[in-house]
Ligand binder design. Structure first.
Ligand code: ADP
Ligand code: MG
Length: 214
């Protein structure tokens, strides 16, 4: 099986082939077609199984191929628990959108706030960040989620373990639910709080879970 069999566009396939990635992992094979079809998704698989591309490929393809539903950017917001993870996701995202007119911004705690406010005014299509700093920008209205089409939580279990449930709630209620598709990725399923979060966040979600044995 190849990424093109999952519905991934030729340009994106070429981009990941260039990185030496040709065969989808289990979580990618299951999650990508559902995400491309527009479903909300709850996806679980262990660390190192390729969850980043499982959400980035459908997100980039959507923004590349589908007309924006509103004039407001960002179209995609990706929330990760830590600065390191946000940087990894952002780096992979930049590779996928290289050579296109699409723009991405990283908003992390510990970096200059006013520089981020200025960069947000340029209306990036994708924003990747940590929950605390995203919440700060929402509270002072430097980030607007009225046009958000995809809300993605990466490592949702760790986001909650780190005590960010209030920020998650603020992000959730700031985005227009009529326009929005939501994807929740987690390394674990057992987390009671993750179940509560998925009920709160997701509309008629499809669940994908890859057991540790596979
Ligand atoms: P997770 O988020 O599930 O912990 P990552 O998305 O960080 O996993 O991916 C782990 C590593 O596997 C990364 O170095 C990534 O480039 C690589 N990778 C992802 N998908 C594939 C694939 N289909 N084939 C080979 N390597 C892959
Ligand atoms: Mg990951």
């Amino acid at each position: 099986m190849q990424f093109s069999d999952l519905g991934i566009d030729t340009r994106l396939c070429a981009q990941i082939t260039h990185q030496g990635i040709t065969t989808p992992t289990d979580i990618q094979a299951q999650a990508i077609p559902l995400a491309l079809a527009g479903y909300d998704l709850f996806a679980q698989s262990k660390t190192g199984s390729g969850k980043t591309l499982a959400f980035l490929l459908p997100a980039v393809q959507r923004v590349m191929k589908q007309k924006a539903l509103s004039k407001r950017d960002p179209r995609v917001l990706i929330v990760t628990p830590t600065r390191e993870l946000a940087t990894q996701v952002y780096t992979q995202l930049r590779l996928l959108i290289a050579g296109t007119a699409l723009s991405a911004l990283k908003v992390l705690g510990g970096e200059n706030y006013n520089d981020q406010v200025k960069a947000l005014r340029k209306d990036p299509h994708f924003v990747v960040g940590t929950p605390g700093r995203i919440a700060d920008h929402l509270e002072d209205c430097s980030l607007h989620l009225a046009g958000l089409e995809m809300l993605i939580f990466d490592e949702a279990d760790r986001i909650l373990d780190l005590g960010f449930s209030e920020q998650v709630e603020l992000i959730n209620k700031s985005a227009d639910h009529r326009l929005r598709q939501s994807l929740l990725f987690s390394a674990t399923l057992e987390h009671a709080q993750v179940g509560a979060l998925s009920r709160n966040l997701l509309k008629n979600p499809k669940g994908v879970s890859i057991s540790a044995a596979t």
